[in-house]
Design a protein around this ligand. Structure first.
Ligand code: TYD
Length: 208
């Protein structure tokens, strides 16, 4: 069996950069790495971007906002495909799978939307548990500064209040799921990378 590592955090925390750096670190050590993300780039992920992330304006549901439950189900459907078609087969082939977001995003964001946490946990029970989840924790003010500089803004990016709830939710989830380890995402890119590598070595590889 391979290794399954997930990066989580609010928008602007630096997940994709750190996922890439971690993938390179593993590759240099001779591991076969699958770098992936949610929402995925499959038709499911694209549907989510259309319906959820741009508010449904150009989506199938003509101008209407979809319900929070439908949103959660779409993210879960995308994830089911992700787990069955990519994550599980890659782990069975002994690869290192690094995912930028996973079901913890659904728990943190859809819970923040007002859905019931236990329903969300049940809905995502099919999702294989990662060996390690790195939560890149960042104050919301810093997150807003960073994402305001991005060209494409999702609906979520604009709402600082939602980000605040999402951050709190992540911190609560870290108490419930022992695989979640918190890293301070205010540090420099290099320091964060080193912290992540130290965690991987300690928690999964048993090196230190
Ligand atoms: P993001 O990581 O920003 O993707 P990209 O940069 O490729 O557009 O994810 C898009 C948004 O979707 C982000 O604000 C978090 C949200 N999201 C959920 O609400 N639930 C989920 O289950 C996932 C995976 C993401």
């Amino acid at each position: 069996m391979g290794m399954f590592i997930v990066l989580e955090g609010i928008d602007g925390a630096g997940k994709s950069t750190q996922a890439r750096l971690l993938a390179q670190w593993f590759e240099k050590r001779g591991y076969e790495v699958v770098l992936t993300k949610e929402p995925t780039d499959t038709p499911f992920g694209k549907l989510i971007r259309k319906l959820v992330l741009i508010g449904g304006k150009e989506g199938i549901i003509d101008g209407a906002r979809i319900s929070h439950e439908a949103e959660a189900l779409l993210f879960a459907a995308d994830r089911a495909e992700h787990v069955h078609k990519l994550i599980k087969p890659s782990l069975e082939q002994g690869k290192v799978v690094i995912s930028d977001r996973y079901f913890y995003s659904s728990l943190a964001y859809q819970w923040a939307r007002g859905l019931d946490l236990e329903w969300l946990v049940d809905l995502n029970r099919f999702a294989v548990r990662p060996d390690l989840v790195i939560l890149l924790d960042l104050p919301v003010r810093e997150s807003m500064n960073r994402i305001n500089g991005r060209k494409i803004k999702t609906e979520f990016d604009k709402i600082a209040e939602l980000q605040r709830r999402v951050r709190e939710n992540y911190l609560k989830l870290a108490k419930r799921f022992e695989e979640i380890k918190i890293i301070n995402a205010l540090a420099s890119l290099e320091d964060i990378h080193n912290d992540i590598v130290a965690l991987v070595q300690h928690e999964i590889l048993g090196e230190y």
